[in-house]
Design a protein around this ligand. Structure first.
Ligand code: BES
Ligand code: MN
Ligand code: ZN
Length: 496
């Protein structure tokens, strides 16, 4: 999609659709007011009829409005709050992208940036518009023999802003929004791919092709033999039952000063989770192809960082393995030794995410990280706690936790913190090893977080449990691309 800027009078532009916002109590926003006067109050008459609901993102499409050059005018409601909330603005953007999704609209002029939105500048506004438009173009048909015809807007969008002194801010936002949406789209593709295609080695190849596309990314792949030499007994215990070898995938992006310490992102890349010998029940087991969505979000963020050429250093590490039962699989009660030297009693082979992550968390110490964030579809329990709306956040550092919380709110990709207090750590005590890989039925997400914390003692670390948000079930089954927006917001905030 092509997204541009214009300072030209939007009432005079010949376009398939001009998009204008309507404020609280049907008060017209500045640009809309001008359009209304020009059209002989045509717009306000329509509004008086009550066709536009007050809820944010309600729309009404008008055709052939008098005196305007546009073929159509789309009025979008800003909601019933006195000033527009960020959430309402995002709803407006999604509604606009939806309303434009008709084959007859090939170009549009969007005049909704520049409104007063609670502490959100023009870069944020234009980013939100661009991200919504590009996100809407996503479809997944890599496994279909015939591609479905596109039913979304994919033409030329022009963002209107009256004063050209704001152009720079809007251009930045457009670039950010497109890059984030492109990163999400990569993450979604990887998540949606079938597990017989998207294997650990496939993810390795993805990393290679990312470094072919962006020379700023360097990729390093560790084989099972190399991991064995490093003593990664926990990670390798997960792939032991599978015909697919595990991969540790390391992607280094250098955009900052040589000595500037990197942000390290670590993704759970379990390309299929049967549960292993502690096998899962079969209903809905297909969804365990999404158990690499943490890894997918690392790929998505790396791609977006490289596209935006951010002036920071970022390392993306993916611990990729397939969790299968077989004669060679790890059994409940087996004890394995992690790279950290800590021994683990594998009481449940279905608690495998923490096993692949713990060795990755030890390995990445070599990057001398400033902060480490792991992203994982780690526990069903986080869905019990927070549902399918919110990512579970755990951290050993209050500042990092606050920064991620803020990034989540700023990007409408929210997380909520859970505690990692000592009491919970005790649930992982084992009679036979240094720690057990499960902590019993109570506080399952927290004890999983505590397990990881035992391997992340030497740096500031946060854990994002995305089991509830990484994909949708039912008719809209598919990967969401979350939490790429939160991660990107966090990284962008670090840049400014
Ligand atoms: N990948 C699952 C977590 C999961 C379950 C994500 C359902 C999304 C939906 C993870 O590997 C797992 O199986 N966790 C177990 C842990 C338990 C054995 C302590 C769980 O949540 O049941
Ligand atoms: Mn599992
Ligand atoms: Zn899993």
């Amino acid at each position: 999609m092509e997204i541009k800027l214009s300072n030209a009078n939007p009432l005079k532009i010949k376009t398939h659709c001009l998009i204008l916002s309507v404020g609280n109590q049907k008060k017209l926003t500045a640009t809309t007011q001008v359009a209304d006067s020009a059209s002989g109050n045509y717009l306000s008459k329509i509004l008086k009829q009550g066709d536009l609901a007050k809820t944010a993102g309600a729309v009404v499409m008008l055709h052939n409005v008098p005196e305007l050059a546009a073929q159509r005018v789309l009025l979008v409601s800003t909601g019933s709050n006195e000033s527009i909330t960020p959430t309402d603005f995002e709803k407006m953007c999604r509604a606009v992208a939806q309303a434009l999704s008709t084959p007859s609209i090939k170009d549009c002029v969007i005049g909704i940036c520049g409104s007063d939105i609670e502490d959100k500048d023009l870069t944020w506004q234009s980013r939100t518009v661009a991200q919504a438009l590009v996100e809407k173009t996503y479809s997944f048909d890599l496994h279909k023999s015939k591609k479905a015809p596109a039913n979304h807007f994919d033409g030329k969008a022009t963002l209107y802003i009256e004063d050209r002194k704001h152009n720079k801010a809007l251009e930045t936002g457009i670039k950010q929004g497109s890059a984030i949406a492109n990163g999400m789209s990569l993450a979604r593709d990887l998540g949606n791919l079938a597990a017989n295609v998207c294997t650990p080695r496939y993810l390795g190849k993805q990393a290679k092709s990312l470094s072919n596309e962006f020379s700023s990314i360097k990729t390093d792949l560790l084989s099972e033999a190399q991991m064995k030499k490093l003593g990664m007994g926990a990670l390798l215990s997960v792939s032991a039952g599978s015909a697919e070898p595990a991969q540790l995938i390391c992607m280094e992006y250098k955009g900052g000063a040589k000595k500037s310490k990197p942000v390290v992102l670590v993704g759970k890349g379990v390309t299929f989770d049967t549960g292993g010998i502690s096998i899962k029940s079969s209903a809905g087991m297909d969804e365990m192809k999404f158990d690499m969505c943490g890894a997918a979000s690392v790929f998505g963020a790396m791609r977006a960082v490289a596209e935006l050429k951010l002036p920071i250093n970022v390392v993306g590490v993916v611990a990729a393995a397939e969790n299968m039962p077989s004669g060679e699989a790890t059994k409940p009660g087996d004890v394995v030794t992690s790279m950290s030297g800590q021994t683990i009693e594998v009481l449940n082979t279905d608690a495998e995410g923490r096993l692949v992550l713990c060795d990755a968390l030890t390995y990445i110490d070599k990057y001398k990280p400033d902060v480490v964030i792991d992203i994982a579809t780690l526990t069903g329990a986080v869905i019990t706690a927070l549902g399918n709306h919110t990512t579970g956040l755990m951290s050993n550092n209050d500042q990092l936790a606050d920064d991620l919380y803020k990034a989540g709110t700023d990007s409408q990709d929210r997380c909520w913190r859970l505690p990692l207090w000592d009491e919970y750590h005790k649930q992982l005590n084992s009679n036979f090893a240094d720690l057990a890989n499960i902590g019993g039925p109570a506080a399952g997400s927290i004890t999983a977080g505590c397990f990881l914390a035992s391997f992340a003692k030497d740096y500031h670390w946060a854990h994002l449990d995305i089991a509830g948000v990484a994909w949708k079930k039912g008719a809209a089954k598919g990967s969401t691309g979350r939490p790429v927006p939160m991660l990107m917001q966090y990284l962008l905030n670090r840049c400014s």
